[in-house]
Design a binder for this molecule. Structure first.
Ligand code: GDP
Length: 475
């Protein structure tokens, strides 16, 4: 590694900041009024200069940074390709922390493709998915949780998700995690001092004091975890499988939820042979619904395939809508379905409540464990409100809606915070047993490392790559 490269290492140590200049179309593909081509890297300005001409023949260097400059993109032979506005942002005051040039072009796909090709010809290389944001992270402009929030806001499926992502972009979660991590690091340093200089009698770190810090941090993290599910569900969506024997009204339920005819509804049992997947927003929560083919023993090969897919959908779901026909006694097939979904969080939906009731909600509730048992009519829509309320309560708890505060947003963050908590539990036990300081320290270090990985202060390169690979090109 050259000295120059070494000096480009940032505080994360193992990540050498890229030297290439990258370019990509940063707006959505397809025709639009305006399309943006973005360049980032040490050569951004030099690349831009090769393509861009102002009417007066000035170069971008002659204009102050962060100001829009009118001009044309020219082909290598000097013919005008597009009329654009260019803006130059000098390092480090840009999104990536590097020199950035953006061209606001006319949004036609061909023009954008052409301009992009010209940037490649002038020395840039195509950006990988999420590479701009990755550079922002590697350059210390943002923390990992903020980068994830950028991703979340692009993918936001509801207003609540967007709001949550916006708060996280400001770094609220990162700040909160950093605070807890710092408390642990301080404690570690203090204990180290005790180990290294026992003669100095730094007995200030008594077990009691250490126990207090550990308990405080653990409590803070547990509070975060208690709300993690809502955060994750709002961001990532709630996967739901609709199961039930044929003809109980699964497709009708899906249609009622979607308020449109999507699944084929028919009175012949076993018509929904494949799993139909739909997304919709209910009570502010994006639902990822899978209407399954039904779960029953069948000789029909095609239907059997559907049944297998249904079981897979059931497996993947976090919540199951188990549909029964309220107007009929439970059949053997109904029991099969109830047994297959028993281990899952489920709502038992007693459909066809517009017909005379044979099943009683109370009896079902007493016999079958379920989060909720809800009479419903896909035909009349009766019970929809209760279903929405039950969903909101399931996702957000008693309050029934997203409360203010800091939220863990995804499975990665949640797993790390859980790991930190479990290390702190060990540390707490070690403290209670008055084990030697260095034993306690091992657990404290593990907890601090897990928290460091949340905000990206101590995270492996592969994890970083995996996170940014989920972005789209140009972000
Ligand atoms: P699936 O096989 O479980 O998907 O059931 P479908 O949605 O195809 O519905 C089966 C039959 O039940 C159709 O004839 C529907 O019109 C009827 N059905 C569905 N929901 C209701 C309901 O709430 N009330 C009544 N009366 N009929 C319903």
């Amino acid at each position: 590694m050259t000295e120059k490269e070494k000096s480009r290492r940032n505080e994360k140590g193992d990540n050498i900041i890229e030297q290439d200049t990258i370019s990509a179309v940063s707006t959505a593909l397809g025709q639009g009024a305006v399309g943006i081509v973005r360049l980032s890297g040490p050569q951004a300005l030099a690349v831009a200069e090769k393509l861009f001409r102002t009417p007066g023949g000035k170069t971008l260097q002659n204009f102050p940074p962060r100001r829009l400059t009118y001009g044309h993109i020219e082909d290598t032979d000097g013919t005008a390709v597009d009329e654009v506005l260019a803006v130059y942002m000098a390092a480090p005051r840009s999104y990536t922390g590097e020199a950035v040039v953006e061209f606001q072009c006319h949004g036609g796909t061909e023009a954008l493709r052409k301009i992009l090709a010209l940037t490649y010809g002038a020395g840039a290389r195509p950006a990988e998915p999420g590479e701009f944001t990755k550079r922002a992270f590697l350059n210390g402009r943002i923390e990992l949780t903020q980068a994830e929030a950028v991703l979340a806001s692009i993918a936001a499926r509801s207003e609540a998700a967007l709001k949550m992502a916006a708060r996280q972009q400001k770094g609220e979660l990162a700040a909160c995690i950093r605070k807890w991590r710092q408390k642990l690091l301080d404690l570690i340093v203090h204990m180290e001092a005790c180990i290294d200089y026992p003669e100095d009698d730094i007995e200030a770190v008594t077990y009691r004091q250490a126990g207090r810090v550990v308990a405080e941090v653990k409590q803070g993290l547990e509070e975060l975890l208690s709300r993690a599910r809502s955060g994750r569900l709002v961001q990532e969506g709630l996967p739901i499988a609709i199961v039930g024997r044929p003809n109980v009204g699964k497709s009708s339920l899906l249609n009622a939820l979607l308020r449109e005819e999507r699944a084929i509804v028919s009175p012949i049992a076993g018509t929904t042979r494949d799993t139909i997947r739909e997304q919709l927003l209910l009570a502010g929560v994006p639902l990822l619904l899978a209407d399954t083919a039904g779960i029953r023993t069948t000789g029909d090969k095609v239907e059997q395939l559907g049944v297998e897919r249904s079981l897979a959908a059931l497996e993947q779901a976090q919540l199951v809508f188990c549909v029964l026909d309220i107007a009929r006694e439970l059949s053997a097939e109904d029991r099969e379905v109830l047994a297959a979904s028993a281990a899952k969080d489920r709502f038992i939906i007693l459909n066809k409540a517009d017909l005379p009731h044979v099943l009683k909600a109370d009896e079902i509730k007493a016999r079958c464990p379920a989060v909720a048992v809800l009479p419903f009519s896909a035909t009349t829509g009766a019970g929809m409100e209760a279903l929405e309320q039950a969903l909101a309560a399931y996702v957000f708890g008693q309050e029934g809606r997203l409360s203010e505060g800091v939220y863990i947003q995804n499975g990665r963050q949640e797993a790390l915070v859980r790991r930190a908590c479990s290390s702190l539990r060990e540390a707490g036990a070690a403290i209670a047993a008055s084990l030697p300081y260095d034993c306690i320290e091992v657990d404290l270090r593990e907890a601090a490392a897990a928290l460091g990985a949340v905000s990206g202060q101590a995270v492996q390169a592969e994890v970083i790559d995996e996170i940014f690979a989920r972005f789209c090109v140009g972000k």
